[in-house]
Design a protein around this ligand. Structure first.
Ligand code: PMP
Length: 400
Protein backbone atom coordinates (compact mmCIF):
# COMPACT_ATOMS: atom_id res chain seq x y z
CA UNK A 1 0.00 0.00 0.00
CA UNK A 2 1.23 3.50 -0.80
CA UNK A 3 1.30 6.21 1.85
CA UNK A 4 0.95 9.69 0.39
CA UNK A 5 0.35 11.34 3.78
CA UNK A 6 2.45 13.71 5.87
CA UNK A 7 4.85 12.34 8.47
CA UNK A 8 4.78 15.36 10.77
CA UNK A 9 6.31 13.48 13.71
CA UNK A 10 9.44 12.85 11.65
CA UNK A 11 9.56 16.44 10.42
CA UNK A 12 9.24 17.77 13.96
CA UNK A 13 11.95 15.38 15.10
CA UNK A 14 14.25 16.66 12.35
CA UNK A 15 13.64 20.22 13.48
CA UNK A 16 14.44 19.19 17.03
CA UNK A 17 17.71 17.60 15.88
CA UNK A 18 18.61 20.80 14.04
CA UNK A 19 17.84 22.89 17.15
CA UNK A 20 14.92 24.52 15.34
CA UNK A 21 12.03 23.27 17.48
CA UNK A 22 10.06 26.17 18.98
CA UNK A 23 7.71 26.31 21.97
CA UNK A 24 4.80 28.57 22.84
CA UNK A 25 4.91 30.34 26.21
CA UNK A 26 1.51 31.83 27.08
CA UNK A 27 1.56 35.15 28.98
CA UNK A 28 -1.15 36.25 31.39
CA UNK A 29 -1.15 39.81 30.03
CA UNK A 30 0.69 42.01 27.54
CA UNK A 31 2.36 44.19 30.14
CA UNK A 32 5.80 45.18 31.48
CA UNK A 33 5.39 42.58 34.22
CA UNK A 34 3.43 39.41 33.74
CA UNK A 35 3.31 35.71 34.47
CA UNK A 36 4.11 33.05 31.87
CA UNK A 37 3.20 29.38 31.53
CA UNK A 38 4.92 26.44 29.90
CA UNK A 39 3.06 25.40 26.78
CA UNK A 40 0.12 23.41 28.16
CA UNK A 41 -0.61 21.90 24.71
CA UNK A 42 -4.33 21.12 24.90
CA UNK A 43 -4.48 21.37 28.70
CA UNK A 44 -5.18 24.23 31.11
CA UNK A 45 -2.71 27.09 31.35
CA UNK A 46 -0.85 27.25 34.69
CA UNK A 47 0.94 30.58 35.04
CA UNK A 48 4.19 30.73 37.01
CA UNK A 49 6.08 33.51 38.75
CA UNK A 50 5.80 37.18 37.76
CA UNK A 51 8.51 38.21 35.30
CA UNK A 52 9.65 41.51 33.87
CA UNK A 53 9.28 41.48 30.10
CA UNK A 54 12.14 42.84 28.00
CA UNK A 55 11.32 40.99 24.81
CA UNK A 56 8.13 42.67 23.55
CA UNK A 57 7.61 45.14 20.71
CA UNK A 58 4.97 46.98 22.74
CA UNK A 59 7.63 49.69 22.97
CA UNK A 60 5.47 52.50 24.35
CA UNK A 61 3.59 50.21 26.72
CA UNK A 62 0.27 51.24 25.15
CA UNK A 63 -1.15 47.70 24.89
CA UNK A 64 -2.67 48.14 28.33
CA UNK A 65 -3.17 51.87 28.38
CA UNK A 66 -6.66 52.78 29.62
CA UNK A 67 -7.20 55.38 26.88
CA UNK A 68 -6.41 52.85 24.17
CA UNK A 69 -8.63 50.26 25.86
CA UNK A 70 -11.53 52.73 26.00
CA UNK A 71 -11.17 53.56 22.29
CA UNK A 72 -11.14 49.83 21.53
CA UNK A 73 -14.27 49.18 23.61
CA UNK A 74 -16.09 52.11 22.01
CA UNK A 75 -15.37 50.82 18.51
CA UNK A 76 -16.52 47.32 19.47
CA UNK A 77 -19.76 48.73 20.90
CA UNK A 78 -20.56 51.21 18.17
CA UNK A 79 -19.09 49.63 15.05
CA UNK A 80 -18.64 45.93 15.77
CA UNK A 81 -16.07 43.41 16.89
CA UNK A 82 -15.12 42.35 13.38
CA UNK A 83 -15.35 43.98 9.94
CA UNK A 84 -17.57 41.16 8.71
CA UNK A 85 -16.25 41.22 5.14
CA UNK A 86 -13.46 42.49 2.94
CA UNK A 87 -13.23 46.27 2.90
CA UNK A 88 -14.27 46.06 -0.77
CA UNK A 89 -17.51 44.29 0.07
CA UNK A 90 -19.19 45.64 3.22
CA UNK A 91 -16.25 45.75 5.66
CA UNK A 92 -15.16 49.37 5.13
CA UNK A 93 -16.00 51.60 8.11
CA UNK A 94 -15.47 55.13 9.35
CA UNK A 95 -12.98 53.82 11.91
CA UNK A 96 -10.75 52.50 9.12
CA UNK A 97 -11.00 55.80 7.25
CA UNK A 98 -10.18 57.88 10.33
CA UNK A 99 -7.11 55.76 11.07
CA UNK A 100 -5.98 56.01 7.45
CA UNK A 101 -6.33 59.80 7.49
CA UNK A 102 -4.24 60.01 10.67
CA UNK A 103 -1.59 57.67 9.31
CA UNK A 104 -1.34 59.68 6.08
CA UNK A 105 -1.00 62.87 8.12
CA UNK A 106 1.71 61.33 10.30
CA UNK A 107 3.59 59.93 7.30
CA UNK A 108 3.17 63.14 5.28
CA UNK A 109 1.52 61.31 2.36
CA UNK A 110 -1.70 61.76 0.41
CA UNK A 111 -3.31 58.56 1.58
CA UNK A 112 -2.85 55.38 3.60
CA UNK A 113 -4.41 51.91 3.51
CA UNK A 114 -4.62 49.47 6.40
CA UNK A 115 -4.19 45.72 6.07
CA UNK A 116 -4.94 42.96 8.57
CA UNK A 117 -1.23 42.64 9.48
CA UNK A 118 2.17 44.05 8.56
CA UNK A 119 2.91 40.68 6.99
CA UNK A 120 -0.17 41.02 4.78
CA UNK A 121 0.84 44.60 3.88
CA UNK A 122 4.28 43.48 2.68
CA UNK A 123 3.22 40.43 0.69
CA UNK A 124 0.19 42.24 -0.75
CA UNK A 125 2.11 45.33 -1.79
CA UNK A 126 5.12 43.60 -3.31
CA UNK A 127 3.01 41.09 -5.25
CA UNK A 128 0.62 43.79 -6.48
CA UNK A 129 3.49 45.92 -7.78
CA UNK A 130 4.78 42.81 -9.55
CA UNK A 131 8.35 44.08 -9.92
CA UNK A 132 10.76 42.49 -12.38
CA UNK A 133 13.66 42.93 -9.97
CA UNK A 134 13.70 43.56 -6.22
CA UNK A 135 16.86 44.82 -4.52
CA UNK A 136 16.54 43.71 -0.92
CA UNK A 137 18.72 44.34 2.16
CA UNK A 138 20.30 41.10 3.43
CA UNK A 139 18.61 41.51 6.84
CA UNK A 140 15.10 42.37 5.65
CA UNK A 141 12.12 40.90 7.47
CA UNK A 142 10.64 37.53 6.46
CA UNK A 143 7.44 39.21 5.21
CA UNK A 144 9.51 41.12 2.63
CA UNK A 145 11.33 37.94 1.62
CA UNK A 146 8.02 36.12 1.27
CA UNK A 147 6.60 39.03 -0.76
CA UNK A 148 9.52 38.72 -3.20
CA UNK A 149 9.04 34.95 -3.45
CA UNK A 150 5.31 35.24 -4.00
CA UNK A 151 5.79 37.95 -6.61
CA UNK A 152 8.18 35.57 -8.36
CA UNK A 153 10.52 38.52 -8.79
CA UNK A 154 14.22 38.24 -9.48
CA UNK A 155 15.61 39.18 -6.05
CA UNK A 156 19.04 40.74 -5.70
CA UNK A 157 20.15 40.75 -2.08
CA UNK A 158 22.58 43.56 -1.24
CA UNK A 159 24.89 43.78 1.78
CA UNK A 160 23.17 44.90 4.95
CA UNK A 161 22.77 48.69 5.26
CA UNK A 162 25.26 49.23 2.43
CA UNK A 163 24.02 51.78 -0.12
CA UNK A 164 27.24 51.48 -2.13
CA UNK A 165 26.74 47.72 -2.45
CA UNK A 166 23.16 48.42 -3.58
CA UNK A 167 24.42 50.88 -6.15
CA UNK A 168 26.96 48.46 -7.60
CA UNK A 169 24.38 45.64 -7.75
CA UNK A 170 22.07 48.01 -9.64
CA UNK A 171 24.86 49.01 -12.01
CA UNK A 172 25.65 45.36 -12.71
CA UNK A 173 22.00 44.41 -13.25
CA UNK A 174 21.44 47.43 -15.51
CA UNK A 175 23.81 45.88 -18.07
CA UNK A 176 21.27 43.16 -18.86
CA UNK A 177 18.06 45.10 -18.19
CA UNK A 178 15.48 46.00 -20.81
CA UNK A 179 13.61 49.29 -20.88
CA UNK A 180 10.29 47.91 -19.76
CA UNK A 181 11.57 46.49 -16.46
CA UNK A 182 10.28 47.81 -13.14
CA UNK A 183 12.67 47.80 -10.16
CA UNK A 184 11.84 47.96 -6.47
CA UNK A 185 14.31 48.63 -3.66
CA UNK A 186 13.14 47.39 -0.26
CA UNK A 187 14.58 47.96 3.18
CA UNK A 188 13.54 47.94 6.81
CA UNK A 189 14.30 51.30 8.45
CA UNK A 190 15.10 50.00 11.96
CA UNK A 191 16.28 46.38 11.91
CA UNK A 192 14.58 44.43 14.66
CA UNK A 193 17.45 42.10 15.57
CA UNK A 194 20.32 44.57 15.21
CA UNK A 195 18.76 47.82 16.38
CA UNK A 196 20.53 49.54 13.50
CA UNK A 197 19.13 52.01 10.98
CA UNK A 198 19.27 51.81 7.18
CA UNK A 199 20.99 54.73 5.39
CA UNK A 200 17.71 55.76 3.81
CA UNK A 201 18.93 58.96 2.16
CA UNK A 202 21.81 57.19 0.37
CA UNK A 203 19.39 54.41 -0.63
CA UNK A 204 16.97 57.07 -2.00
CA UNK A 205 19.84 58.52 -4.05
CA UNK A 206 20.79 55.11 -5.49
CA UNK A 207 17.16 54.24 -6.28
CA UNK A 208 16.59 57.64 -7.90
CA UNK A 209 19.64 57.27 -10.14
CA UNK A 210 18.11 54.14 -11.66
CA UNK A 211 14.49 55.29 -11.57
CA UNK A 212 13.67 52.45 -9.15
CA UNK A 213 10.92 52.75 -6.56
CA UNK A 214 11.71 52.54 -2.87
CA UNK A 215 9.67 50.76 -0.19
CA UNK A 216 10.70 51.37 3.44
CA UNK A 217 9.32 49.12 6.17
CA UNK A 218 9.01 51.20 9.35
CA UNK A 219 7.55 48.43 11.52
CA UNK A 220 9.95 49.16 14.40
CA UNK A 221 10.08 52.94 13.96
CA UNK A 222 6.46 54.04 13.61
CA UNK A 223 5.26 55.89 16.70
CA UNK A 224 8.80 56.22 18.02
CA UNK A 225 10.92 58.51 15.88
CA UNK A 226 10.28 62.13 15.01
CA UNK A 227 6.60 63.03 15.39
CA UNK A 228 5.68 59.34 15.44
CA UNK A 229 6.32 59.07 11.71
CA UNK A 230 9.53 57.10 11.81
CA UNK A 231 13.00 57.32 10.31
CA UNK A 232 11.69 58.54 6.94
CA UNK A 233 10.19 61.62 8.65
CA UNK A 234 13.20 62.09 10.93
CA UNK A 235 15.42 62.29 7.85
CA UNK A 236 12.96 64.54 5.99
CA UNK A 237 12.50 62.01 3.19
CA UNK A 238 8.71 61.56 2.99
CA UNK A 239 8.61 63.02 -0.52
CA UNK A 240 11.41 60.72 -1.76
CA UNK A 241 10.18 57.35 -0.46
CA UNK A 242 7.49 55.95 -2.75
CA UNK A 243 6.02 53.47 -0.28
CA UNK A 244 6.08 53.81 3.50
CA UNK A 245 4.89 50.61 5.10
CA UNK A 246 4.65 49.38 8.66
CA UNK A 247 2.68 47.63 11.31
CA UNK A 248 0.11 48.66 13.90
CA UNK A 249 1.22 45.83 16.17
CA UNK A 250 4.33 47.24 17.84
CA UNK A 251 4.45 50.80 19.25
CA UNK A 252 0.81 51.22 18.19
CA UNK A 253 -0.22 48.38 20.49
CA UNK A 254 -2.77 46.83 18.18
CA UNK A 255 -2.92 44.52 15.18
CA UNK A 256 -2.69 45.27 11.48
CA UNK A 257 -0.39 46.87 8.94
CA UNK A 258 -0.45 49.94 6.73
CA UNK A 259 0.88 51.39 3.50
CA UNK A 260 1.21 55.15 3.08
CA UNK A 261 1.91 56.87 -0.21
CA UNK A 262 0.34 58.89 -2.98
CA UNK A 263 -3.27 58.60 -4.15
CA UNK A 264 -2.65 56.42 -7.23
CA UNK A 265 -0.54 53.94 -5.20
CA UNK A 266 -3.30 53.47 -2.61
CA UNK A 267 -6.02 53.29 -5.26
CA UNK A 268 -3.97 50.65 -7.11
CA UNK A 269 -3.29 48.59 -3.97
CA UNK A 270 -6.90 48.53 -2.81
CA UNK A 271 -7.79 47.15 -6.22
CA UNK A 272 -5.00 44.63 -6.63
CA UNK A 273 -3.25 43.65 -3.37
CA UNK A 274 -4.67 40.18 -2.86
CA UNK A 275 -4.08 40.17 0.91
CA UNK A 276 -6.29 43.29 1.04
CA UNK A 277 -8.92 42.32 -1.53
CA UNK A 278 -9.48 38.74 -0.40
CA UNK A 279 -9.11 39.15 3.36
CA UNK A 280 -11.57 40.49 5.90
CA UNK A 281 -11.00 44.13 6.79
CA UNK A 282 -8.99 44.92 9.89
CA UNK A 283 -11.20 44.49 12.98
CA UNK A 284 -12.66 47.93 13.84
CA UNK A 285 -11.53 47.73 17.52
CA UNK A 286 -7.96 47.14 16.29
CA UNK A 287 -8.22 50.16 13.99
CA UNK A 288 -9.54 52.30 16.84
CA UNK A 289 -6.81 51.09 19.21
CA UNK A 290 -4.07 51.90 16.70
CA UNK A 291 -5.56 55.32 16.01
CA UNK A 292 -5.70 56.26 19.70
CA UNK A 293 -2.21 54.84 20.29
CA UNK A 294 -0.85 56.86 17.36
CA UNK A 295 -2.35 60.02 18.81
CA UNK A 296 -0.87 59.29 22.26
CA UNK A 297 2.50 58.43 20.73
CA UNK A 298 2.55 61.71 18.82
CA UNK A 299 1.35 64.02 21.57
CA UNK A 300 2.22 62.49 24.95
CA UNK A 301 5.46 61.85 26.82
CA UNK A 302 5.72 58.10 26.20
CA UNK A 303 8.53 58.53 23.69
CA UNK A 304 10.56 60.54 26.20
CA UNK A 305 10.02 57.86 28.84
CA UNK A 306 11.08 55.16 26.38
CA UNK A 307 14.30 56.96 25.47
CA UNK A 308 15.15 57.52 29.15
CA UNK A 309 14.73 53.81 29.83
CA UNK A 310 16.77 52.90 26.76
CA UNK A 311 19.60 55.15 27.91
CA UNK A 312 19.59 53.74 31.45
CA UNK A 313 19.82 50.18 30.19
CA UNK A 314 22.35 50.86 27.44
CA UNK A 315 24.67 52.75 29.82
CA UNK A 316 24.26 50.17 32.58
CA UNK A 317 24.96 47.19 30.34
CA UNK A 318 27.92 48.85 28.64
CA UNK A 319 29.39 49.83 32.00
CA UNK A 320 29.40 46.13 32.93
CA UNK A 321 31.36 45.32 29.80
CA UNK A 322 28.62 44.09 27.48
CA UNK A 323 28.69 45.04 23.81
CA UNK A 324 25.41 46.53 22.63
CA UNK A 325 24.83 46.92 18.92
CA UNK A 326 22.75 49.50 17.13
CA UNK A 327 21.67 53.03 17.84
CA UNK A 328 17.99 52.72 18.63
CA UNK A 329 15.50 51.62 21.28
CA UNK A 330 16.34 47.97 20.52
CA UNK A 331 19.38 46.81 22.48
CA UNK A 332 21.02 43.64 21.12
CA UNK A 333 23.41 42.36 23.83
CA UNK A 334 26.02 40.48 21.81
CA UNK A 335 27.13 37.13 23.25
CA UNK A 336 28.72 35.19 20.37
CA UNK A 337 27.97 31.50 20.29
CA UNK A 338 24.59 29.89 20.77
CA UNK A 339 25.56 28.11 24.01
CA UNK A 340 26.69 31.32 25.73
CA UNK A 341 23.50 33.11 24.70
CA UNK A 342 21.42 30.18 25.98
CA UNK A 343 23.37 30.12 29.28
CA UNK A 344 22.82 33.85 29.83
CA UNK A 345 19.17 33.57 28.73
CA UNK A 346 18.50 30.71 31.18
CA UNK A 347 20.00 32.68 34.06
CA UNK A 348 18.03 35.80 33.16
CA UNK A 349 14.88 33.73 33.12
CA UNK A 350 15.68 32.25 36.52
CA UNK A 351 16.14 35.82 37.79
CA UNK A 352 12.67 36.77 36.51
CA UNK A 353 13.64 38.54 33.28
CA UNK A 354 11.87 37.49 30.08
CA UNK A 355 14.27 38.31 27.23
CA UNK A 356 14.76 35.25 25.09
CA UNK A 357 18.08 34.58 23.35
CA UNK A 358 18.16 35.10 19.58
CA UNK A 359 20.33 32.58 17.78
CA UNK A 360 20.99 31.13 14.32
CA UNK A 361 19.27 30.86 11.92
CA UNK A 362 17.49 34.07 12.98
CA UNK A 363 20.92 35.78 13.22
CA UNK A 364 24.28 34.78 11.62
CA UNK A 365 26.43 32.14 13.32
CA UNK A 366 28.68 33.64 16.02
CA UNK A 367 26.34 36.60 16.66
CA UNK A 368 23.87 35.08 19.12
CA UNK A 369 22.44 37.72 21.38
CA UNK A 370 19.83 38.69 23.89
CA UNK A 371 17.53 41.25 22.29
CA UNK A 372 16.58 43.66 25.08
CA UNK A 373 13.54 45.74 24.22
CA UNK A 374 12.86 48.38 26.89
CA UNK A 375 9.36 49.83 27.22
CA UNK A 376 8.22 53.32 28.16
CA UNK A 377 6.29 51.83 31.08
CA UNK A 378 9.14 49.94 32.74
CA UNK A 379 9.73 51.36 36.21
CA UNK A 380 13.18 52.16 37.58
CA UNK A 381 12.81 49.02 39.75
CA UNK A 382 12.22 46.96 36.57
CA UNK A 383 15.35 48.42 34.98
CA UNK A 384 17.42 47.79 38.12
CA UNK A 385 16.23 44.20 38.24
CA UNK A 386 17.20 43.73 34.60
CA UNK A 387 20.67 45.19 35.13
CA UNK A 388 21.25 43.09 38.28
CA UNK A 389 20.17 39.97 36.46
CA UNK A 390 22.50 40.70 33.52
CA UNK A 391 25.43 41.30 35.86
CA UNK A 392 24.93 38.04 37.71
CA UNK A 393 24.11 36.04 34.56
CA UNK A 394 27.18 37.39 32.75
CA UNK A 395 29.48 36.52 35.66
CA UNK A 396 28.04 33.03 36.07
CA UNK A 397 28.20 32.33 32.31
CA UNK A 398 31.79 33.63 32.19
CA UNK A 399 31.16 36.49 29.78
CA UNK A 400 31.93 39.38 32.17
N1 PMP B 1 7.99 44.04 8.99
C1 PMP B 1 8.89 43.98 9.99
C2 PMP B 1 10.21 44.69 9.83
C3 PMP B 1 8.60 43.28 11.16
O1 PMP B 1 9.49 43.21 12.15
C4 PMP B 1 7.33 42.65 11.27
C5 PMP B 1 6.91 41.90 12.53
N2 PMP B 1 7.87 41.30 13.26
C6 PMP B 1 6.46 42.72 10.21
C7 PMP B 1 6.80 43.43 9.08
C8 PMP B 1 5.14 42.01 10.24
O2 PMP B 1 4.21 42.76 10.96
P1 PMP B 1 2.96 42.05 11.66
O3 PMP B 1 3.48 41.46 12.92
O4 PMP B 1 2.01 43.17 11.87
O5 PMP B 1 2.45 41.03 10.71
Amino acid sequence: MSDFGFDLGRRLHEREQANLRRELTPAKAVAPQTRFADDPKAGDVAFGEQKVVFGANNYLGLANDDRVKRATERAARTVGTGAGASRLVTGDTGVHRALERDLADCKETERALVFSSGYAANIGTITALDPDVVFSDAHNHASIIDGCRLADAETVVYDHCDAEALRSQMAERADTANDSEAWLVVTDSVFSMGGDVAPIEAICDAAADYGAWLLVDEAHATGIFDDGGGIVQREGLSDRVDIQLGTLSKALASQGGYVAGDGPLIEFLLNTARSFVFSTGLAPPSAAAARRALEIARTGDKRTQLWQNVETLREGLEAMGYTIRGETHILPVMLGDRETAMAVGDRLEAAGIAAPPIRPPTVPVGTSRIRVAPMATHTSADLARCLDAFERAGEEAGVL
